[in-house]
Write a protein that binds this ligand. Structure first.
Ligand code: RIB
Ligand code: CA
Length: 328
């Protein structure tokens, strides 16, 4: 029986690859996709979900509902510098041989209700069954908890890509983008008591799709999704090749979806984690109690946190689902 999931996302190139992994994995039933501002505005994020869905042949597509258009307190600072102005590597620059757009504007048909009513509706229909996979800032989840904490108790699990536990951040020396974009929201989620599985930079940085693999192993397949991987990652790779010895796309969000497909990919440890919102230098930092002391002497764990990952097995799963002929 497939696991019912809702994916909350801010596509974003790695979000797009994560959505494809979720939609192409028979272990998951994507009941809904909700959008949130982060990498791009929420309207661009919503458009991008439909651009991803239009890559897939079969319909019906899951309902797509628009969520928060700004963080709880911060002004929104997008990640267009990394993901491109359109959030998917500036896809409008690609044409077909007849000069028509390779990625035409999709039909955008968001659900009539917003993200939170759709989330509540599904939690009411499937109490305890839904895995909520959060791939962007946690604004939608926090607003849902604030609006009706009782209904949010019906969630089976929250899997969130975010945070940096024992490694540097990626937006500041200590903060990861999803948490940093909306630290107030993240603190609400971490203090909610809901069942959290945290997929931080500690493990996502170990799952990288190199430019070499994309160009030499995926592009030659000539599949529509393979070509999308090539086209959507090119902008980011142009940036990374100037700063990385081995340019690659880090599969942050696909790994969070991968956990729902196969939990054995990660070694999870119960930890107490909270979010710093006051610090001048540390705002958005995920602070975990890693002290090697007796459990009864430190804060009670509030999350299961990924500490190690079977990166090779995940990359095989990712490529097997998105580009079947290319996995090793
Ligand atoms: O820090 C990585 C996270 O921030 C990913 O979710 C990526 O899409 C960006 O949103
Ligand atoms: Ca994301």
């Amino acid at each position: 029986m497939p696991i019912r999931v809702i994916i909350d996302t801010d596509p974003g190139v790695d979000d797009a690859l994560a959505l494809l992994l979720g939609l192409l994995s028979p272990e998951l039933q994507v009941e809904a996709i909700t959008t949130v501002c982060g990498n791009v505005s929420v309207d661009m994020a919503t458009r991008n979900v439909f651009r991803v869905l239009s890559l897939l042949a079969e319909k019906p597509w899951p309902p797509v509902a628009r969520g928060a258009d700004r963080p709880l307190k911060n002004e929104l600072k997008t990640a267009a510098a990394v993901h491109g102005e359109d959030g998917l590597g500036n896809l409008e620059r690609y044409q077909l041989p007849d000069s028509s757009p390779r990625y035409p504007d999709p039909e955008i048909l968001p659900a009539p209700q917003g993200a939170i009513p759709l989330l509540f509706n599904l939690l009411d229909r499937f109490p305890g069954e839904i895995s909520l996979i959060a791939l962007g800032p946690l604004t939608n989840l926090a607003q849902a908890i604030l609006r009706d904490p009782g209904r949010m108790q019906q969630v089976g699990e929250i899997i969130l890509m975010g945070g940096a536990i024992g490694v540097p951040g990626n937006v500041t020396p200590v903060a990861e983008f999803n948490i940093y974009t909306d630290p107030e929201a993240a603190q609400i989620v971490f203090r909610s008591g809901l069942p959290l599985t945290v997929v931080p930079l500690d493990v996502t940085r170990q799952v990288r799709l190199t430019r070499k693999a994309i160009l030499e192993e995926i592009q030659p397949l000539g599949t529509r999704i393979g070509q999308f991987i090539v086209d959507s990652t090119a902008y980011s790779l142009e940036l990374f090749e100037r700063i990385e010895e081995i340019p690659a796309i880090t599969l942050h969000d696909p790994l969070a979806v991968g956990v729902a497909v196969d939990p054995s990919l990660l070694n999870l440890k119960p930890l107490f984690v909270d979010v710093e919102i006051q610090g001048e230098m540390t705002r958005g930092m995920t602070v975990a109690d890693l002290r090697p002391i007796a459990a009864d002497l430190k804060a009670k764990p509030n999350a299961r946190v990924a500490r190690t990952v079977d990166g090779k097995r995940f990359l095989n799963l990712f490529r097997e689902r998105l580009c079947p002929e290319s996995s090793s």
